[in-house]
Write a protein that binds this ligand. Structure first.
Ligand code: MIC
Ligand code: SF4
Length: 825
């Protein structure tokens, strides 16, 4: 499977991981190397997928299938079980084709995989170093993009040496592809190198669905889910409903593919996609590139969608050919109708086959800016000025950022560069605000350099950052740049998330999400009050000439006409090597082995209510990123941030709750740790969509580590709810959200009632599959007084625990269950 060429590249891994070499000093990778790497990369066995789908089709009586059903059914561990798949209620047991992990989440994923003691992963895995690289524009030669990027990558090698060494040694031991810092953002690299139509890909990051742009069904999961796939255990997913989104018309003027996602967020909100796959179809797809579809798929995560998918198309074929995967095309063409597109009946009568249908006419779609503080606050550009005035938002744009996994393709950069250079050529002044640009991958960076786009961007004052997450995840030494950092200030970006404090740690930064071209226009205008479609800018030469901006030219290339240039760095790949020791330095503050969770004790579970959380409580609130990212591999240390920015519903205070003494208030993580030290279990009470946002499994690991066996909420975000179950924590929702929630208060003792019975029934249940929810109403909550007596009526709760998941809870966590099964085998 692996070429000699790739093996050679692997040999350079240890020194590269430990060295401080920047990408500029590395010998360039040849185009032939990249092509060989692509040929050696395992892709799905399409003949097998097609024949499995045929079995599933027969089992479902030959009815017309949506694309989502085809992709899911072709990956069922037992395709005959398609007959019992019920959208929204049963669980599917699936066999993913591949796993991708980024450096922050890979740490705990690998630590858990190591506990399974397997010599190698059962599916191909790639590891990507992208989240830990901090953007510091004062490093390198200011305003010389290349130097800043190189300096930031070099610094990350110093700051994260032990993490990179851990990830690279684990990759060599277990045979993972390892993408060292500077290679690019996980989702851009997956799109460019691994994604393929019909593939089922799991990624330990919520924006994994980005690979949908190349036709994959790519799903964001916690590390423990990835471990299932890596151990060859069928991976469980609640059978999603399918939303059909018909795109018609053609984008006009300033409207961009990103605006499809921004508009849809306004319609569906951050919860509206929960439990759904978003399946796009319609004539307008012929007008969109694969990377444009990737942008749209990427932000399905913001709506809570399981994933977003696109059928195999000419655009995908062209993209694959441009990115060294042309050898797949004839096979893909041959299975296009049976496997890689929805059946024609579905699009002829979408209302019959989709659970919901949404129509969007691209011809009338407006550009949007979404924000601040939540990605679903969608504001049409034409209304922004009035809205800002009504809300009293500051107008001056203090930073404009183009990049992140959502919008960092060659096409995106080309559109932004075109707006900026055409405006300056027409007489406008270059942006006065800080303008930061992040290419998604080193191949994109190299191509932008070769094609003169980097020069265009830097000429108008942009700083090109390393190909990494950087400011998108709070890895931003913002004070070092020229932009204002204190107090309320406005930033605009082409990113996907804008939760308070996410980017620069300042909860007063108002962050608006937009397309690359809108960000470029607002950087030029310098104000939220500027609408490039209707307003003009003064001429830079002081004359009274008014400069009109023009949207990106219609004929800009979506893919580089000369193909992608070879990157300066690339993946390291080799066969698994059991002689490599995975390095966890003793006494490290960054890495420690994970504890083994205790099995369920056989009783009801519960404890003291730690805090009743109000409103938005994302995984960022439960386990903050930014400066905390460095502790991702050290549970004891990162647990000090637990729920640090959650809002206490009883007091309205951020990050504090009733202390163990029952009188004063103290930081939530401190109280949790005090309870843990005293051996007192505790419970979190969440609001709506608790655990929204990322796939960050630390949000579950940390509460488990600090002694929380139960989380109750008005509702949960999908990935977080699964992550809790995986770690052996019971998640329950209130049957009547208002009644139950109000009875919870910090310090109150609550306990489940019915868990013991449910466990017994799950163990006995015959004739049900492991993926069936055993009884959604079996477990209630009771409030206890200090003597342990029940106070008042029980609170009716709903659970979504399947037989399989109850086995995880019984074992104390999914990993314990895997180990037990392995020992029994
Ligand atoms: C994010 O965009 O929030 C992250 C950081 O990429 C997370 C992953 C993590 O927290 O490790 C995500 O999207 O899942
Ligand atoms: Fe990285 Fe931001 Fe994408 Fe998350 S959303 S993977 S932090 S670029």
């Amino acid at each position: 499977m692996y070429s000699r060429l790739a093996q050679c590249n692997r040999a350079a891994a240890p020194s590269r991981a430990l060295g401080l070499r920047s990408r500029r000093s590395l010998a360039s990778i040849s185009d032939a190397h990249v092509a060989q790497f692509a040929r050696d990369t395992p892709f799905p066995d399409y003949a097998r997928l097609t024949s499995r789908l045929a079995v599933a089709r027969e089992a479902t009586g030959g009815r017309p299938l949506t694309l989502a059903e085809k992709y899911l059914f072709a990956h069922l561990a037992d395709p005959r079980s398609a007959s019992s798949a019920v959208r929204g209620s049963s669980a599917l047991l699936l066999r993913p084709d591949r796993v991708a992990m980024q450096d922050a989440s890979a740490q705990t994923a690998i630590l858990q995989f190591m506990q399974a003691a397997l010599p190698a992963s059962r599916v191909p895995v790639s590891v990507h170093c992208d989240h830990l690289i901090a953007a510091d524009t004062s490093s390198g030669t200011a305003r010389d993009g290349a130097s800043v990027a190189a300096a930031n990558v070099a610094t990350s090698y110093t700051e994260n040496a032990e993490i990179y060494t851990f990830l690279s040694s684990a990759s060599r031991r277990f045979g993972f592809d390892f993408w060292a810092p500077g290679n690019g953002i996980i989702h851009s690299l997956v799109l460019e190198n691994y994604a393929a139509p019909g593939m089922l890909l799991l990624g330990t990051d919520s924006h994994t669905p980005n690979a949908g742009g190349a036709g994959a069904m790519a799903i964001g999961v916690g590390g423990a889910d990835a471990v299932d796939a890596m151990c060859g255990i069928p991976w469980e997913l609640a059978a999603p409903r399918v939303t059909g989104i018909r795109l018609t018309g053609k984008l006009q003027g300033w409207t961009s593919p990103k605006d499809v996602a921004l508009y849809l967020l306004g319609q569906l909100t951050v919860r509206g996609g929960t439990g759904h796959i978003l399946e796009y179809f319609g004539d307008a797809l012929d007008t969109l590139s694969a990377t444009a579809c990737a942008t749209i798929a990427n932000m399905g995560a913001e709506m809570g969608a399981t994933t977003s998918i696109f059928a195999y198309s000419d655009a995908i074929r062209t993209y694959l050919t441009h990115t060294h995967r042309g050898h797949l095309v004839s096979t893909l063409d041959s299975v296009r109708a049976p496997l890689l597109s929805a059946d024609p009946e579905v699009h002829a009568a979408p209302g019959q086959y989709y659970d919901r249908v949404i129509e969007i006419d691209l011809s009338t779609l407006e550009p949007h800016l979404n924000g601040p503080f939540s990605p679903d606050r969608a504001i049409p550009l034409s209304q922004l000025r009035a809205r800002a005035a009504a809300e009293g938002w500051p107008l001056a744009v203090s930073a404009a950022l183009i990049g992140s996994c959502t919008n960092s393709s060659y096409e995106d950069m080309g559109r932004a560069a075109d707006v900026l250079t055409s405006a300056v050529a027409a007489g406008a002044a270059p942006p006065a605000t800080s303008l930061l640009v992040t290419p998604g991958s080193d191949a994109i960076r190299a191509t932008l350099d070769r094609d003169g786009l980097t020069a265009k961007l830097t000429r108008v004052g942009a700083t090109v950052l390393a190909n990494a997450c950087g400011p998108c995840i709070g890895q931003w030494k913002r004070g070092a740049g020229s932009e204002s950092t204190a107090g309320p200030n406005v930033m605009v970006s082409s990113f996907n998330r804008n939760f308070a404090g996410r980017n620069d740690g300042n909860a007063q930064t108002l962050h608006f999400l937009a397309s690359p071209e809108t960000v470029a226009a607002l950087a030029l205008g310098g104000s939220l009050a500027f609408n490039p479609a209707t307003d003009t800018l003064p001429a830079a030469d002081g004359s009274d000439r008014a400069v009109t901006l023009r949207p990106p030219a219609a004929d800009l290339p979506r893919l580089p006409a000369r193909g992608f240039a070879a990157p300066a760095v690339h993946a390291e790949r080799g066969a698994p090597d059991a002689s490599v020791a995975v390095e966890i330095p003793p006494g490290s503050s960054r890495l420690e082995r994970l504890p083994t969770w205790a099995a369920w004790g056989g009783g009801e579970v519960g404890g003291r209510v730690l805090v009743r959380v109000r409103g938005k409580c994302t995984t960022d609130h439960i386990s903050a990123a930014g400066p905390w990212l460095k502790y991702k591999g050290h549970l004891t240390n990162i647990a000090r941030n637990t729920l640090m920015t959650a809002v206490n519903d009883e007091t309205g205070a951020v990050g504090t709750t009733l202390d163990v003494n029952g009188s004063s208030a103290a930081p939530i993580p401190d109280v949790a740790r005090r309870l843990a030290a005293a051996g007192v279990p505790w419970v979190v009470v969440g609001d709506t969509n608790y655990g929204e946002g990322s796939a960050r499994e630390h949000a579950a690991l940390q509460v488990r580590f600090l002694g929380c066996p139960l989380v109750v909420a008005r509702s949960f975000a999908r990935i977080h709810e699964t992550n809790l179950k995986k770690q052996g924590v019971v998640p329950l929702t209130f049957a009547d959200p208002d009644v139950g929630y109000a009875r919870m208060a910090a310090g109150v003792r609550i306990e489940t009632h019915g868990l013991i019975g449910l466990m017994a029934r799950a163990a006995e249940a015959s004739g049900t599959t492991e993926g069936d929810v055993v009884d959604p109403h079996a477990v209630q909550l009771v409030v206890l007084d200090t003597a342990g007596e029940i106070v008042g009526e029980p609170i009716y709760m709903v659970n979504s625990l399947t037989r399989n998941q109850l086995a995880w809870i019984r074992a104390g966590g999914a990993l314990n269950a895997i180990q037990a099964a392995q020992q029994a085998a």
